[in-house]
Design a protein around this ligand. Structure first.
Ligand SMILES: Cc1cc2nc3c(=O)[nH]c(=O)nc-3n(C[C@H](O)[C@H](O)[C@H](O)COP(=O)(O)OP(=O)(O)OC[C@H]3O[C@@H](n4cnc5c(N)ncnc54)[C@H](O)[C@@H]3O)c2cc1C
Length: 589
């Protein structure tokens, strides 16, 4: 079926719940009026449905092709044209810096476009997605000369970017990288080494690919403290000569087959340092943090498409009769949507997807406040919340995005398992976001091991205060008591980790994943309460789309009755400690 962009839900969350219709009151976002934002959302939806989705299946069937003689990579049929339309329409440059040709629009819009692009064609979305991260890293850490040389072409999409971290012997533990950077007399560096699994490492969409590469200088410390960042173009911009950077092959993957995942060999290629020596991880984190948020949107995008497909199927497929008597008496059977178990699956998809969208847009809005609000305290608070929630968005949206795609496949029964329907592709494509950009286990470690303690616990304290202020100001907020109880669980879990994790880091390690989940469920509960409160107000005032608003109230009830109770056993899991996790001896496995 054709993708139906969830425009009404997005606008409801963005404008009515989060208040992003006021963004244009900040100087930086003066152009971002509600009309402009609405137009961008609507046009992005059309592009996703009409340009990107039509080449999604062929991308899966054909995949990318590698020619070992020329080291060239050919993308699936139609990708080049779709990418061209994407970049020519300015979609790659929405929130990019104006001085390099970007449109300087709010970051939340990029989040929204990412969701839509990934609903329609996750593989194709990877090419501009990684480029965007490269732009941010160069913009934040590159010299004026590097910015001048690379940014305009990256922003326009004329060139694409990559992120080259992983090597055969190291993925998570980047301290072990072996790629070397040798200083040259002209101030540049000779880059030598092999990177693997590089997204968009080689392809035919554009003429030049700008690699951002982690490498070590001679004598650098043998840990992440000895890593520097370099920009290494495929084609040298000043001379037009080919830099010795070659694709050594493509991975054969279970999904995102239209995205070229390449082995890249740097054979004494010329590169330039970005930022300071041995400070590459900090610079790369600019790119990774942004990419983590984008990957979260991939999870949501896949989940939304799966929901639309399974809902459409459930309305059409006739099997069995309703437990309360026929609902399609003239037909041979009732549509399967009458069955409570099918509805359970659809409700889980719908309610989690809308909750995840609210979490993502809340985070995106905080990001916008952190760069555009005139009040320093609001900017700081926005930044604190974004830092805290980045691993939560990445991990929860990709875990539940995949689970929802899988749930969608179940709704289709056997049809879901066949290639006649898109669910099996969505499940395969939706599996990888849980792994790349730091596995979800590593996201949980980032939350517990780094973010909780950051600035003396200020980040998590701010989250607690945000929810408490809402509860205090809205004593009659829908599901007030359940939200207060979930918050209490999160506070209890936080105190437990702070106490026990300090004495024994393995306690924090064992608690990390359930803690991240508990955080996500609690923040989403806060947002469901806010969404339900707005829906009640609008219904009372006779505003808005009645069906959608009434649906919001039912969905909120479903969330609090059926999904949030998981927070109780997550707390039990956390305070249960590490013992049963760590107790098996080597012989007992
Ligand atoms: C399709 C695809 C595209 C990719 N694109 C890129 C790209 O563009 N650029 C790039 O540089 N890389 C890319 N990667 C690599 C990706 O980022 C890594 O696969 C990922 O970071 C995990 O590293 P790994 O596979 O080596 O797993 P490992 O690091 O070997 O981890 C294996 C398991 O151990 C766990 N683990 C490891 N260390 C710890 C720890 N300290 N604490 C707790 N658990 C731990 C992990 O969570 C995981 O479950 C891509 C990978 C794929 C499959």
């Amino acid at each position: 079926m054709q993708y139906q962009p969830p425009v009404n839900d997005i606008k409801f969350i963005l404008f009515d719940v989060l208040g992003a219709d006021q963004l244009h009151s900040f100087e930086k976002y003066a152009d971002a009026t509600p009309d402009i934002i609405s137009a961008v959302i609507e046009e992005a939806g059309k592009l996703a449905a009409e340009v990107l989705q039509p080449v999604n299946k062929i991308g899966d069937q054909q995949g990318c092709r590698y020619d070992p003689d020329t080291h060239a990579v050919t993308t699936p049929d139609g990708f080049k044209e779709a990418y061209k339309q994407f970049t020519e329409g300015g979609w790659a440059s929405l929130d990019a810096p104006v001085e390099f040709g970007g449109q300087g629009l709010p970051h939340t819009l990029k989040f929204i476009v990412d969701e839509m692009v990934c609903s329609a064609n996750l593989s194709l979305g990877m090419y501009p997605g990684l480029t965007h991260g490269a732009i941010s890293a160069l913009y934040a850490h590159g010299s004026d000369e590097l910015k001048k040389t690379y940014l305009s072409q990256l922003v326009s999409g004329e060139w694409t970017g990559t992120m080259c971290l992983t090597e055969p012997q190291c993925g998570t533990d980047l301290g072990m990288i072996r790629t070397r950077a040798t200083p040259r007399a002209d101030g540049s560096y000779g880059i030598e080494g092999t990177k693997i699994w590089i997204t968009g490492g080689e392809h035919d969409l554009v003429d030049n690919i700008v690699h951002l590469v982690l490498a070590k200088l001679p004598g650098a410390p043998d840990s992440t403290k000895g890593i520097s960042l370099f920009v290494v173009p495929k084609v040298l911009p000043h001379s037009g000569e080919r830099n010795p950077v070659y694709c050594g092959g493509l991975e054969h993957k279970m999904g995102i087959k239209g995205s070229a995942t390449a082995v890249i060999n740097f054979e004494d290629a010329q590169g330039w340092m970005v930022g300071e020596p041995n400070d590459g991880m900090r610079a790369m984190f600019t790119m990774m943090n942004e990419a983590r948020l984008m990957v979260g949107m991939q999870g949501l995008g896949v989940a939304e498409m799966a929901y639309q497909e399974s809902l459409g199927f459930a309305l059409e497929r006739l099997q069995g009769r309703s437990l309360t008597g026929p609902k399609n008496a003239d037909g041979p059977a009732d549509p399967i949507i009458v069955h409570p178990d099918v509805r359970r699956m659809l409700m889980r998809q719908k309610v989690l997807n809308e909750g995840m969208r609210a979490l993502a847009l809340f985070t995106g809005h905080q990001l916008d406040l952190s760069v555009a609000h005139p009040d320093e305290a609001v900017r700081q608070a926005g930044d604190d919340l974004v830092q805290l929630l980045t691993p939560v968005v990445k991990a929860f949206l990709t875990d539940e995005g995949f689970n929802n795609a899988n749930m969608g496949l179940q709704v289709l029964g056997g049809a879901g398992f066949t290639t006649d329907w898109p669910l099996e592709q969505l499940v395969r494509d939706g599996r990888i976001p849980r792994i790349y950009e730091g596995t979800n286990g590593i996201q949980a470690m980032d939350l517990v091991g780094r973010k909780l303690g950051l600035k003396g616990g200020r980040l998590i304290g701010l989250l607690f205060d945000t929810i408490k202020s809402f509860l205090a100001a809205h004593g009659d907020a829908p599901h007030h008591a359940e939200l207060a109880s979930a918050l209490q669980s999160l506070e209890e879990a936080t105190t437990w980790i702070a106490t026990n994790g300090m004495q024994d880091p393995e306690q924090a390690g064992a608690a990390a994943t359930p803690y991240l989940r508990l955080t996500a469920l609690t923040v989403i509960a806060y947002l469901w309460s806010r969404m339900a409160a707005v829906a009640e107000q609008q219904l009372a005032a006779g505003e808005g789309h009645t069906d959608m608003l009434e649906g919001k109230l039912v969905s909120a009830r479903y969330y609090f009755e059926k999904l949030l109770p998981e927070s109780r056993w997550l707390l039990a899991d956390i305070v249960g400690g590490k013992d049963s996790v760590m107790a098996l001896t080597a012989e007992q496995w």
